[in-house]
Ligand binder design. Structure first.
Ligand SMILES: NC(=[NH2+])NCCC[C@H](N)C(=O)O
Length: 830
């Protein structure tokens, strides 16, 4: 395990020489003054402004071990804080709890957890807005609707949101109502029982809604709403006045704060208190009654100025120290807006505020849908099926976690775009994939049947070498392959392979590595080594590879493989066709298996190598085949050894009785038919109509594929031991055809359709002059998607063979398969 810490000293370091000079001095000074520490393995300058510090593997291993034995708590930082108030979530009664409050809830809970982890006593405060002027209009409106207080209850009050809307409209439009509402605030705040009672009922309804959200998110909060601090306000204002901080301003009483053009209003013109008066009283209470050392407020960045002013007033009153680092202290933790995918404020389609319960529900139901889709896959491939209850059960926490995680992962201070699609992605940096990884780790631990608690207490685990890590992951990959394949899961298939045989996959890796090193060493003196020899690849067996020590005596002089690549083309060049250029395919002069190798070569030759490698690439036809000057269709014919296109049935019937031809598969590319022992892949080309919803491939594209097949066929040349491998499917023949599907083919197509339901277009649609390329291939067996891997050895053997084949093809022809999926593997047992 290695960690590299990069310290950015000055981003402006590149801007000018003096700056660079200074940054160099700084990095050197830091390096020189880094104290000796067992934590640090080594340190170096990593460019202007950067110091790289490599953490010691031993130190990390020892500490992780200590943590495993003594518990993660021992890693808790020691803070100079005994008690903290985290003021978060804090929605407003009778108003909707919205996505802004969701952010506050998620971020605030996270801060509270971190402090709790650090052994700080945390007061998780829900500073709900339960004391605003909104209550006047709500209560007055309710009195109009239900003249008798006894009639009030939750069902009668019903939807608070609607009540709020209605009351607000009356308040704005009807001056008499407005006056009554204002009176009602005074009566409520004066403590009149009738008003108090309705107010409490309204608060209860809102509270229930808030609690639903907190339950879903697993967040605990203790409500101390604005109303709680109301009795403290007069005393606090009086104290501040006595300190000479409160002044008259335009009829209001205010505190002036340096640096702000408007003061902090603490008593309104009408003598009422406001948000700021409450926050001053709350701050006083938290400092003096609750004796908190650190008070943290989590709200959107829009409230930054409010808190700056409140904190500055508290500093002027010496409640807080002027030094921001000193305790007790108060901090505002702001966050950006939540935006919809349209870049605007997150709203419902009818531009209403989104209800948080609905939002959480939607995350759950979308997750359920995704889980069900995965279930359908498992059904298809024979995986373990879950019951509906189980699916339901996992969708809830995963869906909710997705929302939380997406929020926490985003930059706190910038606006954040809410996207279900992104947050519920099963891959990438999302809660879903993290939880999946966690579940897998748990499954591995469970399957290992080891007592983890006991293992933890064992002796210090020496830092694993990379070799071992790789070995481990290769094994895990083999397991994964087993699990993903439709293997029988219930039988005892999780055996670790045949331990008595001296078989390890590591040997493949170490041999590959040695081979690379040898190549590197011998690059300039011109010797190479035969990869297939080193690998001792079992070409088509599903038996495990045997241990074979590397034998340096098999070093050979590298003769490049290019003459072989071009065999197919050379046969074209000898044909009389005028359209084909006589341009020779460049000789393959450079073999590069890794960047490491490229980098190690002397500088002046780097460019040549790059050019060489480009020329070699099978994809860069421009270098090997000058397509600007040839007719690709003619070229295709020539490569296929034809003067004119053949008929489909003539090609296929070479291998069997036409009536026995059967369709065996399909893709958007075309269709596969079984003809005797071969599989004929028919790919329509060059036509103008769309086939299976796609534009048809052009001759030039097929030409590439055809040359590729021929090229890979050369690997089968078993007479030559260099880079030999028979793992790639044998291309027995290649033909360009023309004309519609023959009746037997149409019948075969329809038979398959009856059984499997084709997703492809009916071949009837092909016009008279439709062209195709037919790949006649060796029948390779069953594809991995449907193949049952029975044990670890089989999975490993498959991985070894595939890896080896890819390595051989890469060594020989720079071939890279960039889209390997499980229908690309065909398997059969020997
Ligand atoms: N002490 C505080 N001011 N806390 C934050 C309260 C947030 C406020 N109720 C709002 O919805 O924006």
């Amino acid at each position: 395990m290695v960690a590299v810490v990069v310290v950015l000293i000055n981003t402006a370091a590149n801007k000018g020489e003096p700056m660079r000079e200074r940054s160099n001095q700084a990095t050197t000074a830091i390096l020189r003054n880094l104290p000796e520490s067992e934590m640090i393995e080594s340190s170096s300058i990593g460019g202007p402004g950067f110091v790289n510090v490599l953490l010691s593997n031993n130190w990390i291993a020892e500490n992780i071990q200590k943590m495993l034995v003594d518990g993660i708590e021992t890693w808790a930082p020691r803070l100079h804080v005994r008690k903290a108030v985290v003021d978060f979530s804090s929605p407003n009664i009778a108003k909707e709890i919205h996505v802004g409050h969701l952010r506050s809830t998620v971020i605030g809970d996270c801060i509270a957890r971190m402090l709790e982890f650090s052994n700080v006593e945390v007061l998780r405060r829900n500073h709900v807005g339960d004391w605003g002027t909104q209550f006047g209009m709500l209560i007055e409106n309710l009195f109009d609707k239900f003249p008798s207080v006894e009639d009030f209850n939750e069902t009668a009050i019903g939807d608070l949101k609607a009540l709020y809307k209605e009351s607000k409209q009356r308040f704005d439009e009807d001056p008499a109502f407005k006056a009554r509402a204002q009176q009602a605030v005074v009566r409520l705040q004066g403590g009149e029982p009738k008003y108090r009672q309705v107010w409490m009922q309204i608060c209860d309804i809102s509270r229930k809604e808030f609690d639903k959200v907190y339950n879903c998110l697993g967040v605990e909060l203790e409500e101390k709403g604005e109303s709680f601090y109301n009795p403290y306000i007069p005393r606090v204002i009086e104290a501040l006045t006595n300190q000479g901080l409160v002044e008259e301003n335009e009829g209001a009483r205010v505190i002036w704060i340096e640096g702000f053009s408007t003061p902090l209003i603490v008593v309104k013109k009408d003598g009422g208190y406001n948000y700021a008066s409450t926050d001053l009283a709350a701050l006083w209470y938290r400092l003096n009654e609750e004796q908190a050392d650190w008070i943290i407020y989590v709200t959107d960045v829009g409230q930054q100025e409010h808190f700056d002013k409140v904190f500055s007033a508290a500093k002027r009153a010496s409640w807080l120290s002027a030094d921001n680092r000193a305790y007790p202290k108060a901090s505002h933790v702001g966050f950006g807006l939540v935006l919809g995918e349209d870049g605007k404020r997150f709203r419902t389609r009818s531009s209403e505020v989104v209800r948080l319960v609905d939002l959480l529900d939607e995350a759950k139901s979308r997750m359920l849908k995704i889980s069900k889709e995965k279930q359908a896959d498992r059904k298809k491939y024979g995986g373990i099926l879950w019951t509906d209850e189980e699916l339901e059960k996992i969708s809830e926490p995963v869906g909710y976690a997705a929302i939380k995680y997406a929020d926490l992962k985003s930059n706190r201070l910038t606006n954040y775009t809410f996207s279900f699609k992104q947050m519920l992605n099963t891959e990438g940096n999302t809660a879903v994939s993290l939880l999946y990884a966690h579940a897998r780790i748990c499954a591995i631990i469970e399957k290992s049947e080891q007592n983890i608690q006991e293992l933890k207490k064992g002796k210090v685990v020496q830092p694993a070498s990379f070799e071992k890590e790789r070995e481990y992951f290769e094994e895990v990959d083999a397991f994964e392959l087993l699990e993903e394949s439709p293997s029988p899961k219930r039988f005892g298939t999780w055996t670790m392979g045949n331990q008595s045989e001296n078989v390890t996959i590591t040997h493949l890796c170490s041999r590959l590595k040695k081979w690379q090193i040898f190549k590197k060493l011998n690059y300039n003196c011109g010797s190479s080594i035969t990869l297939s020899k080193i690998l001792e690849t079992p070409s088509t067996t599903l038996k495990p590879i045997k241990r074979e020590d590397f034998d340096a005596s098999i070093l050979r002089t590298p003769e490049k493989s290019s003459p072989k690549i071009t065999t197919g083309l050379q046969s074209i060049q000898s044909r009389p066709d005028k359209n084909i250029t006589n341009k020779d395919v460049p000789q393959r002069d450079y073999i590069s298996l890794s960047n490491e190798l490229l980098v190690s070569v002397k500088e002046e030759s780097c460019e040549d190598i790059e050019v060489g490698v480009k020329d070699l690439s099978l994809a860069s036809t421009s270098a090997s085949l000058d397509l600007d000057h040839v007719n690709p269709f003619a070229m295709l014919l020539a490569v296929c050894d034809q003067l004119a296109p053949a008929k489909l049935l003539d090609v296929l019937s070479k291998y069997c009785d036409p009536d026995s031809i059967a369709k065996i598969g399909e893709g958007t590319y075309g269709e596969a038919f079984k003809a005797g022992n071969t599989v004929c892949k028919i790919v329509p080309i060059d036509g103008d109509i769309k086939v299976n919803g796609e534009v048809q491939k052009r001759s030039e594209e097929l030409l590439e594929e055809v040359v590729l097949s021929l090229t890979l066929n050369h690997l089968r040349n078993e007479g030559d031991a260099r880079n030999a491998c028979t793992t790639f499917i044998d291309t027995l023949d290649l033909k360009v055809c023309q004309g519609p599907y023959d009746a037997v083919l149409v019948k075969a197509w329809e038979d398959w359709d009856d059984k499997h339901g084709s997703e492809n277009d009916h071949p009837k649609q092909f016009p008279e002059n439709q062209c195709y390329v037919v790949f006649v291939l060796q029948h390779g067996g069953k594809d991995l998607e449907g193949f049952v891997l029975l044990n670890y050895d089989e999975a490993r053997s498959l991985l070894v063979q595939v890896t080896a084949a890819l390595a051989v093809a890469e060594a020989a022809y720079e071939f890279e398969h960039r889209d390997l999926h499980w229908s690309c593997y065909l398997l059969f047992l020997l």
